[in-house]
Write a protein that binds this ligand. Sequence first.
Ligand SMILES: *Cc1c(COP(=O)(O)O)cnc(C)c1O
Length: 382
Amino acid sequence: MEPTALERSQVTPPCADELAGRFPLTPNPHPASEERYRRIMTDLRFGVDFTDHLVHAHWSAGEGWSGRETRAYGPISLSPAATIFHYGQECFEGIKAYRHDDGSIWTFRPQFNEARFAQSARRMCLPELEPGDFVAALVDLVRADAKWVPTDPGSSLYLRPFMIGTEPHLGVHPAAEVDFYCIASPSGAYFSSGFEPVSIGLVRDYHRAGPGGTGAAKTGGNYAASLLPQKLAAEEGYAQVCFLDVTGRYLEELGGMNLFVVGEDNTVLTPDVSGGTVLEGGTRSSILTLLADRGYDVRTSDIALDDLLDGIASGRYTEMFACGTAAVVTPIGCLGVDGQRIEIPTGEVTRGVYDELTGIQLGRVEDRYGWTYKICDGENDR
Ligand SMILES: *Cc1c(COP(=O)(O)O)cnc(C)c1O
């Protein structure tokens, strides 16, 4: 399969030792107490508790990037007039650090997230980081907080790089001052009780993205726009929503996950990303490669709702799953369409993709693609 523009823009990063130290560490003078640390590492609640440090750098239109630092995690102080509060000028990423069985700490395809962060920044009129700084930020934060990378099965340290316009000015223009941060949250396995299929409600009345909009950028506004349809669907008992394109005929994606449909005869479909209304996931990209190498006939093409419903009824389509960094692979067990609930079985393709991808991420399955990136040995860090 032809690489996408985003995949082509990936740059292989230098090794972690070469990047380390770009964001010099001032150790947190008040790190978490032993008791609090143990409580957090036992609960492992996604996105609720954070590590001892954060990474930060400042940009101004006159001077570019400066002030790179790794310092104590804590509240940040901004002018109430900062553009982020008024016009939502921001972008973010989500990527994980995993502990392998030998204690070493790795991340997964950081060059993909680096390239996507740059793409999102361009769309949001934010400055791009300097080459290598995205991965260097991950390296410096994870090395400072290595003891926070959990070891439980399925757990990881979730990393959240983000960039915000901070110029104090209510005029509508690209901020002349911007801040970049990365924070980290120790997280447990997404599926606490095994591989659980979720129910998805199809949204008719709202769209996540439109042609020429910000759908291909990882930016907060897309999520803000998805909250209401998500809430309405939750009231009807659905765990997630699936958005359609603006014509209402084709499936696009979930609020924060890409979508796959498995057909008979080893075919696998996922919506094309070239139209700019679907956020191109690294998990999606990896799954396409894995399935193509396993001999599946993978196609990026429009998935028409009518054809999907027909095909589920006739057995032509056999499995559906969603994917993204946080949950990796989520089987879709039920599709809600106009008040009707359509059951979908969970099959071996979904399960196989999950096992192989998590196996590579955890260093238990051979990484034939150079996707895993070593951050540190992780010795003596606990
Ligand atoms: C982040 C995100 C995804 C998944 O991307 P991954 O790189 O696989 O984590 C899919 N859709 C949306 C809207 C997203 O924000």
